[in-house]
Design a protein. Structure first.
Length: 256
């Protein structure tokens, strides 16, 4: 179809049915005092659309109005916020073959799922620590998996909500970089490095500058280290952790 909508990161919502040649305003007076952070469409029916709002950053009084659904290309809107926490909605994902109006959302307080059977949003956290900010959600239809990008806790993967036997929730961690913590960051040159998997000891830790020169090494890193690089020039350095089966990296910025 040639349907399109413009509106993310604004307090305006416009809809076009002719590839953008003409537009009509579909902003609703029922929307809260916030901006639209994401828009998603049904994969096979573009008249069905969802929007997520920034409520939580701008107006806590409107927490009950942050997620809306339209089945008629924006002519009318239904508030479907029930079940969501007091946090902005950053990302929306809609699966194909979607007869139950299913939708996944990522918020500043985790991931959530809703369809016509649940009739409200339910938590879709699984193994992701509670309260982790979900910044992006993508569905891979071929494998029936959903991927969640987080703020500082890596990339996670889960079966879709209605997959048999395993049920809802995140079941596989793809990137464990969230276990490697470097703080404070930015730093004046003195900082601490921690690896949160206490089952692994005696890993190798190194720090390089952006051209690859090694400026620090610890071949028997036991999970905790205080590092002093205050003698080095300010800029970005790369912390590298290796345990024999994986290599993880984090950036550290030195300031003066």
């Amino acid at each position: 179809t040639r349907d399109s909508t413009a509106g993310p990161f604004s307090r305006q919502l416009w809809h076009s049915t002719n590839g953008g040649q003409t537009w009509r305003n579909v902003w609703s007076t029922t929307f809260p005092q916030g901006v639209i952070l994401d828009i998603a469409f049904h994969p096979s029916d573009p008249t069905k659309m969802w929007i997520g709002m920034s409520v939580g950053f701008t107006n806590n009084a409107d927490q009950a109005r942050k997620m809306f659904y339209s089945s008629d290309a924006g002519n009318t809107w239904t508030n479907i916020t029930e079940g969501l926490p007091a946090a902005p909605i950053f990302t929306i994902a809609v699966p194909a073959n979607n007869s139950d109006t299913a939708v996944y959302v990522g918020s500043a307080a985790g991931a959530f799922y809703r369809d016509n059977k649940t009739n409200k949003f339910v938590e879709f956290q699984g193994g992701i620590p509670r309260g982790v900010m979900i910044t992006d959600l993508k569905i891979h239809e071929g494998t029936k998996k959903i991927y969640a990008g987080t703020y500082g806790r890596g990339l996670w993967r889960a079966n879709l909500y209605d997959q048999p036997y395993e049920g809802p929730g995140v079941t596989a961690l793809i990137n464990r970089s969230g276990l490697l913590n470097v703080y404070p960051n930015p730093s004046n040159g003195v900082f601490r490095i921690e690896w949160d998997d206490k089952q692994e000891v005696n890993q190798e830790l190194s720090i390089t500058d952006l051209v690859g020169k090694i400026v620090y090494t610890n071949k028997a890193f036991s999970g905790r280290a205080n590092v002093d690089l205050s003698h080095l020039a300010r800029g970005i350095y790369i912390v590298k952790f290796a345990n024999g089966s994986e290599v993880l990296t984090k950036k550290i910025t030195l300031v003066r």
